[in-house]
Design a protein around this ligand. Structure first.
Ligand code: FMN
Ligand code: SF4
Length: 593
């Protein structure tokens, strides 16, 4: 058995040329076979790859899809984000526990089923949802669960269940990403230009990155092209993992051809011969379709050697599957992960355009950005720059979820007001909108006349609506818990600061925080934002800080005066001891506290 085990791993290692940068693929294949990593398995991997065990352990421990203890043949990952909870995920969790006969975090004694929670599987539009091994199921009702579990026990094909994802939920197509496409048209236009002219055209279009930071794409490509190097790379960031975001899921299922076309054009522009798509592990169910599209493109001469007859223009694309780590969406963490390591963000500078994948100049672009770049080649920069606003050219895909009657993906023109948008999606009664997902801001109805654009409310794509009766403070706490969970732990302000902020925020929610303590949370939040190494820490305080800024009344209703006797601030209590002992309570409730 052990020999088979060693041989199996050796063969996989050989398949990837024992290349340590392909460790992720090797672990994924070993995981697919055994479901978990015993010390013996780690030893075999270490031996087959010629790398220390500690490196293998380190990588495994970073990703939620990898386990160090046995898991069931079927792993049911229930999506447990804020939106999922709003839509009843807790009831679904109890229904699974009843049907399977174990608690979440456990495996059945016969080794058949493991129940576990996932942060977000990219299906908030169809919440409550779950991944059953690699098959997504959505719009779950508690009464569906027994049948699903029965099907799992009988070994039936889960993708045939009525709850299996069938709906892409594209609610509104715009002229850029979801307009009809003909594979090769954009690339043919690009190849009529020189690479420098392609970059000029992209600059002229005013295209800015759609992954969140909004960096001008033409400038990024130019910087990458201008670094002297023997190799350059294009990386397509398809790792969307922020709860409430699923637009890239819809792009990859409906417009993968356009994404690959955009990557090929980017390759031509910057002088790269190799592109990698980093696809989040939760979307592995798309892999076979994506590989088929790549193969068709090769057959049509749109990938490979001397593409479309252009001498010496060669470009190949491979897909790297992730293994469940939100931080790997951050471009330098993604590159680390691609190189076979943990997904910890790098110190910057140098930026990826100077030293990226394999220390070579690398342009990392979001899926949607690459689609827009391809469309610009097809329709021209002038056409593109007239869509949207002055500083925000083009369209934006928004993933809409929460309290609205038409959740899904919308391609809108930049500049639309929040108010108009919420009518479009059926969220007229919203009391708040979280624009930009957990890391974005909580917007109050008084700001619903403002616009979605880089110059006003900028967003990577997620918009979550909250209707009347929602407990906003509890939801802000849950968003913060997400960041605590997903912090890679490298820097203290993020690792310790977010945990501290969460603890302090509990005091507010429980109605035992004083005014000064609330001010201190604000200061702590600002410190985390300015002192953290990467965008995760720099935005993690946003749920709490923006709710304080835009919903002060929620806080005024629960905070206590500074000499509140129920506050657990021990140091302050000692300092104020005598004064507290002698004062009159504020009300009866406090007197009883
Ligand atoms: C914590 C974190 C997660 C991120 N996740 C994503 C992601 O899922 N997809 C993405 O394109 N960009 C993501 N980004 C932004 C990337 O670092 C990077 O800016 C982007 O991929 C660049 O592409 P663009 O210029 O086309 O926007 C994330 C950033 C941070 C800090
Ligand atoms: S800010 Fe957070 S996620 Fe980013 S490097 Fe620091 S600890 Fe890691």
């Amino acid at each position: 058995m052990s020999e088979d085990h060693a041989l199996f791993i050796k063969k996989i290692a050989e398949k990837y040329g024992r290349d340590p940068t392909r460790l992720m693929d090797i672990l994924l294949e070993v995981n697919a076979r055994y479901g978990w990593f015993s010390e013996e398995t780690i030893g075999h991997i270490s031996e087959a790859m010629g790398i220390p065990r500690v490196k293998v352990r380190d990588k495994i421990s970073f990703y939620t899809f990898f386990s160090r203890k046995p898991v069931g043949k079927t792993v049911i990952r229930l999506s447990y984000s804020v939106v999922e909870k709003m839509k009843g995920a807790e009831l679904i969790a109890r229904a699974f526990e009843d049907a399977v006969g174990i608690k979440f975090g456990e495996t059945t004694p016969d080794g058949l089923i493991t129940l576990t929670y996932a942060q977000c599987i990219g299906m908030s539009d169809q919440a409550p949802s779950a991944l059953i091994n690699h098959t997504p199921v959505g719009n779950l009702l508690p009464e569906d669960v027994a049948d699903i579990v029965e099907a799992v026990k009988k070994g039936e094909d889960i993708s045939q269940l009525p709850q299996a994802l069938t709906d892409v939920n594209l609610r509104r197509s715009g002229p850029v990403v979801f307009a009809p496409m003909d594979a090769g048209t954009a690339l043919r236009s690009a190849l009529k230009m020189t690479p420098e002219q392609v970059i000029e055209e992209i600059k002229k279009s005013k295209l800015r990155g759609r992954g969140g930071a909004g960096f001008p794409t033409g400038k990024k490509w130019e910087a990458c092209r201008n670094v002297k190097s023997d190799f350059r790379y294009i990386v397509c960031n398809a790792d969307e993992g922020e709860p409430g975001t699923f637009k890239d899921r819809v792009i990859m299922s409906e417009r993968a051809d356009l994404v690959f076309e955009g990557m090929t054009i980017a390759g031509y522009a910057i002088g790269a011969e190799y592109g990698i798509v980093y696809l989040r592990g939760e979307y592995e169910y798309m892999l076979e379709d994506l590989k088929r599209i790549l193969e068709e493109r090769r057959k049509k001469g749109l990938l490979g050697q001397n593409i479309l007859g252009k001498k010496s223009f060669n470009f190949a694309i491979r897909i790297q599957i992730g293994a469940g780590a939100y931080i790997c969406g951050e471009e330098s963490a993604l590159i680390e992960s691609l190189e076979g390591k943990r997904g910890a963000p790098r110190e910057r500078p140098p930026f990826p355009v100077e030293k990226g994948y394999m220390n070579r100049p690398t342009a990392v672009n979001n899926v949607e950005t690459l689609c827009a770049a391809a469309r610009i080649m097809e329709q021209g920069a002038d056409w593109f720059s007239t869509i949207g606003t002055e500083a925000s050219a083009g369209t934006k895909l928004l993933s809409v979820s929460g309290d609205c009657s038409r959740p899904g993906v919308y391609e809108i023109e930049y500049g639309i007001t929040v108010g108009r948008f919420l009518k479009m999606v059926g969220a007229e009664h919203a009391i708040a909108a979280k624009i930009g997902g957990p890391s974005g801001r909580l917007v109050a109805p008084t700001d619903f006349d403002r616009t979605i654009s880089f110059e006003d409310f900028s967003t990577g794509g997620s918009v979550i609506f909250f209707g009347p009766g929602r407990d906003l403070l509890t939801h802000m706490k849950q968003f913060t818990e997400f960041f605590v969970e997903e912090s890679c732990g490298w820097c203290t302000p993020c690792r310790v600061g977010t945990t501290l902020m969460l603890k302090e925020f509990d005091k507010i929610i429980e109605g035992r925080a004083t005014k000064t303590e609330v001010e201190n949370i604000k200061k702590l939040g600002q410190t985390i934002k300015t002192m953290s190494r990467c965008g995760l820490g720099q935005t993690a305080p946003n749920p709490i800080l923006t709710s304080m800024q835009n919903f002060p009344e929620l806080y005024e209703a629960v905070i206590k005066p500074d000499d509140y006797i129920g506050s657990f601030d021990f140091a302050k209590a000692v300092e104020a001891g005598a004064r507290i002992a002698g004062r009159k309570p504020h009300d009866e409730e406090e007197a009883n506290a």
